[in-house]
Each structure stands twice: as structure tokens, then as C-alpha cells.
Design a protein around this ligand. Structure first.
Ligand code: 5GP
Length: 176
């Protein structure tokens, strides 16, 4: 693989600080309630694993696999389900945890798919949002960072499958 030139976009300590704040907000919201925390695979797994450890209330973990970029830097606009939830969510509080909202197509697809299963409530969370890239209206209940329309990797986000293991978020400097 050609090595990409990366520059730090959001440092590991800033991510950790933000994730702890988001966890505290969710702890307050779901105090004395139980909820199902849904991780959107693959990109959210690092953020998700940090976030759930900063939520201090009763949660169970579920995984929903979707693919819209198929390893590239442009959304295909088509959402493919690669793994469905393993339990029904009817009557449950659900927290949907996404890595990044770009065009908004994936988040809207996920919301529609989960709401059709009649949860008691649905709270949407995204670590990153690119407001300039939105192609469809998309409201998110809790957003970590709003960023410009740049392609980023790390902290779970990939380029052609790589860079998910970077502990920080980086911008790619040398795309042709
Ligand atoms: P959307 O449907 O909002 O266009 O795209 C959402 C999905 O595209 C995200 O869950 C993520 O997997 C991928 N994505 C969007 N922007 C980026 C980005 O800047 N970097 C990476 N690695 N993936 C992105």
C-alpha cells in the first residue's frame, strides 16, 4: 500500500475529553433507565468502545453493519446492510452511535430502519459531522465535532480498510 501523508486533525487527548463529555450527557439522559447502545460497523467501533465505557448506566450492546463508501473517499449513495441487530428493539430506548455524518444518507437510512422497529426512543449520536457535505436534511441529537468537508481517517475511520487503528483523527495530505 502507498503510504499516505497524514496530518493530525483531532489529537487523541481531545478525542478522549470530548468522548467523556458525550458519555456524561448520555449518562444524565438515561439515568435510571436501561438502553441498547447500537454500534454502526465498521467505522464506529473505536469511538463506540470508548463512549460506552463513559456511560454510567445500564446498557446492552448491539452491532449494525452498513457499508456506503466501500473503501473509497466518496459515498456511493447506496447503503448496504452487512450485519443486522441480533435482538428486537421494540419498546426499548436505543442509542445509535455513528462515527461520522457526511452526506447524511447513511444516518437517515439507519434512523428509518430502527424507527420502523418501534423503539421506545431513539437517540442519535455521531462523533463527527460535516455540515457542508449534507445532501439530505439530517438531525443528530449529540455531535462531538463539526468539521469541514475534508476526508479524515483514524480512530476507527479507514481509507481502503487501513488507518482504523490510528489513536487520533488525521487528514490525508497527498490524495492524487
Ligand atoms: P454518509 O452516508 O453520511 O455520506 O456517510 C457516512 C459514512 O461514510 C460514515 O459512516 C463513514 O463510514 C463514511 N465516511 C464519511 N466521511 C468519511 C471520512 O471523512 N472518512 C472516512 N474514513 N469515512 C467517511
Amino acid at each position: 500500500m502507498n503510504k499516505l501523508k497524514l496530518s493530525t486533525y483531532i489529537a487523541a487527548e481531545d478525542l478522549q475529553k470530548k468522548v467523556n463529555e458525550m458519555g456524561a450527557t448520555l449518562t444524565k439522559k438515561f439515568k435510571d433507565k436501561k438502553a441498547i447502545a447500537v454500534c454502526v460497523l465498521k467505522g464506529s467501533f473505536v469511538f463506540y468502545s470508548d463512549l460506552i465505557r463513559s456511560i454510567d448506566t445500564d446498557i446492552t450492546c448491539e452491532f449494525f453493519g452498513v457499508s456506503s463508501y466501500q473503501g473509497n473517499t466518496q459515498s456511493s449513495g447506496e447503503v448496504k446492510v452487512t450485519l443486522d441487530l441480533s435482538v428486537p428493539i421494540e419498546g426499548e430506548h436505543v442509542i445509535l452511535i455513528e462515527d461520522i455524518v457526511d452526506t447524511g444518507i447513511t444516518m437517515n437510512y439507519l434512523k428509518a430502519s430502527l424507527l420502523a422497529r418501534k423503539p421506545k426512543s431513539l437517540t442519535t449520536v455521531a462523533l463527527l459531522e460535516k455540515p457542508e457535505a449534507l445532501k439530505v436534511p439530517c438531525e443528530i441529537d449529540l455531535v462531538g465535532f463539526k468539521i469541514p468537508n475534508d476526508f479524515v481517517v483514524g480512530y476507527g475511520l479507514d481509507y481502503q480498510g487501513y488507518y482504523r487503528n490510528l489513536p487520533y483523527i488525521a487528514q490525508v495530505q497527498n490524495f492524487q
